[in-house]
Structures are given as structure tokens and as C-alpha cells.
Design a protein around this ligand. Sequence first.
Ligand code: ADP
Length: 174
Amino acid sequence: MTKITHTEHIAIYPGSFDPITLGHQDIIERAAKMFDKLIVAVLVNRAKSPLFSADERVKMIQMVTGHIDNVEVRSFDGLSVDFAESMGAKVIVRGLRAVTDFEYELQMAQTNRAMKHDIDTIFLTTDLRYAYLSSSIVKEVASYGGQIDLFLPPEIVPLLRNRIKEREHKESQK
Ligand code: ADP
């Protein structure tokens, strides 16, 4: 049997976070309690045309996680497993909402494990209040002028409203 010695327990929580929602914030708060350090990892390139730049997304997450002292926020490009390894993290945290998330998440977790056997993915089930919440739904609601403060941390609400207004203004000038 290999001897297990305790080293700092680091996890990453990767995603697009375009923008961070109350669902993401809930997962961050819960995962932070489980590890010495949680690195929220903002994926630079995956969303084809994100509404917010990676730097903006990092700043927004910092804004709403400032009260948790073992959370760090970074952006990265490439594979989550490579980023995890470069941070010394052995765990990838993901949130699971409905069954619809499951197949994709399972596929990704298996692929990641095939690539790096010593990095595990753990899933936290979403709080029921946020089970149908996604950044894209919130953006859609916002684009029709709907009420978005039910879904976003209060600091993020005006930022999303402004960005949508800017986008609409740009579109109308084309
Ligand atoms: P991705 O583009 O990788 O799906 P997201 O920013 O949409 O990135 O989400 C990042 C992670 O957070 C994913 O594991 C996703 O399942 C999870 N997540 C997204 N929304 C919620 C929510 N409302 N409740 C719990 N987890 C969520």
C-alpha cells in the first residue's frame, strides 16, 4: 500500500463564468469549505464570443468571492487537466444541475481521467433554487429586459445590463 502523506489540498473549478451567477457562487462557497485552496479557473477561449473578456470575468468573480479567503481566481487557456497540474491541484470541481448536464460532464470527466489519472473530478449538486440557471439563460432574459436580479450576485446585475446595452447600441450602428 502506498503511504499517503498530507499535502495542501488544492482544487480548481473551471468554467466560462460569462458572467458568474448565483449558481456558480453557491458551488464556490461550498467547494471552498472542502479544500485548503480553491482556484476558480476562467476559460479564455471556449465560449466563442463571450460577452465579457477573461479579465473582466476574473474581476467579477473576485468581486463576489472576496469574503472567502481560500479562493483564488485565475484565467487559463487549454485543457483543465493541464491547468490543474500546473497549479498542483488534484481535483476538478464541477456543478451538476439537471440530468441534461450529466452525459456531457461524465464524458469530460472520463476523458480528463484518461489523460491524467491522478486528477479526479468531483461533482457538487446544485442548490435546487439554481437548478435551471445558466449564464446563457440569464443573458437571454437580460436581452429582453427581464428581471435578472433573481439570478446574479447584486454587483453583477448592473454590469450585465450595461454590457447588453452597449452590445445593442453597437449592433444598431452596423
Ligand atoms: P462551462 O462553459 O464549462 O459549462 P459554465 O460557466 O457554464 O461553464 O459553468 C461552470 C461550471 O459550473 C459547470 O460545472 C456547470 O455545470 C456549473 N454550473 C453552472 N451553472 C450552475 C448552477 N446554476 N448551479 C450549479 N452549478 C452550475
